[in-house]
Design a protein around this ligand. Structure first.
Ligand code: FES
Ligand SMILES: [Fe+2]
Length: 340
């Protein structure tokens, strides 16, 4: 059985809602180009970004009322992807159509369904209520990573890299030695990392806690699905009980087999947090992750790349990898049954 490189019957984040307006925006999504725009009523449209006439990217064209008009010879496509107008002749070839993707907006995020539009179930879009909660103050960073998207899931599931890769921001030596437990339920991998009575890391400053203060730290990270990983970190000051909370969404969208659009959004409940400095810290750490992932991707591409030696802290990431593969196997079986 041949497996697809991606899990397609899933929702992935294509953009922030505020990034998409009437002018078409080009995105790479699961190995395919996609053009995104809004209709006159504000509803979103996602069409395959290749004109079936001569292959011009439709995102280089213009939106006319609710349709997308190719910038080369003016073929016009409706939101379902059907060509409805050819300027040079009366009749429209029936085969002149492009794929239309199921798309949905939830809070500030735009989600795209990777499979066939008629199998999309909006009820399965993961909840991200904190992103719309006024008690949280957010900083974000988006990068195009030159690496397979599972490398990013593994990165965020194993926080023992914090003290080494993000030394001046996220880690402490005590965090390295924290206790890690693992739970798997409903296709989710939940990793809990606890570090009792230890100095707070620098990042705790943005949760209202002076770095170095003795805190009980607990980070619960979840591989929610192939496009989303989350983590909730609490630092509880041992002698006062004050608790600072940092909520993180790792939005991981595969573009190709070796490139990933990664957005991190970190929210704090501390209204006095210096968000400018916080953003610098989050973006610096993201670039450190990017350097690591891209270097690993280059090493793995070498024919002489060796096997990996794993330790206990790798278990959550390895479970996530396994679940991702199981999803691809299930999908291949479904498609095989459908074609018999
Ligand atoms: S390539 Fe699009 S109309 Fe010709
Ligand atoms: Fe990291």
């Amino acid at each position: 059985m041949k497996l697809d490189a991606f899990v397609r019957d899933q929702w992935y984040v294509a953009a922030w809602g505020e990034e998409i307006d009437r002018a078409p925006v080009a995105r790479e999504f699961l190995g395919r180009p996609v053009a995104l725009y809004r209709r006159t009523d504000g509803d979103l449209v996602a069409l395959e970004d290749v004109c079936p006439h001569r292959g011009m990217p439709l995102s280089m064209g213009t939106v006319v009322e609710n349709d997308l008009q190719c910038g080369y010879h003016g073929f016009r496509f409706d939101p379902c992807g059907q060509c409805v107008h050819v300027p040079s002749q009366e009749e429209v070839p029936a085969r002149a159509r492009v794929r239309s993707y199921a798309i949905a907006e939830r809070g500030p995020l735009v989600w795209l369904w990777g499979g066939h539009a008629d199998s999309a179930d909006e009820a399965s879009i993961p909840d991200t209520p904190e992103l719309s909660d006024p008690n949280f103050h957010w900083v974000t960073c988006t990068v195009a990573m030159g690496g397979h998207y599972l490398l990013m899931h593994e990165n965020v599931m194993d926080q023992t890299h914090f003290h080494h890769l993000h030394k001046n921001f996220a880690g402490t030596p005590e965090w390295d030695r924290g206790e890690i437990t693992l739970e798997v339920a409903d296709g989710r991998v939940i990793r809990t990392h606890t570090t009792p009575a230890s100095p707070a890391p620098p990042v705790a400053a943005f949760a209202g806690i002076e770095p170095g203060t003795i805190v009980d730290s607990r980070s619960v990270g979840t591989f929610v699905q192939p496009g989303l990983n989350t983590s909730t970190t609490t630092h509880r000051v041992c002698n006062t009980g004050f608790t600072g909370v940092l909520q993180t969404f790792h939005i991981i969208t595969p573009e190709t087999e070796t490139s990933t659009r990664y957005t991190i959004a970190v929210g704090t409940t501390d209204p006095t947090a210096d968000l400018e400095r916080f953003e610098v810290g989050v973006c610096t750490a993201t670039l450190e992750d990017q350097q690591a992932v891209e270097a690993i991707q280059r090493v793995k591409a070498e024919p002489a790349a060796g096997t990996e030696v794993s330790v206990k802290a790798d278990q959550p990431g390895l479970r996530a990898r396994r679940i991702e593969r199981e999803l691809r196997v299930e999908e291949a079986k479904r498609h095989e049954r459908a074609t018999i």
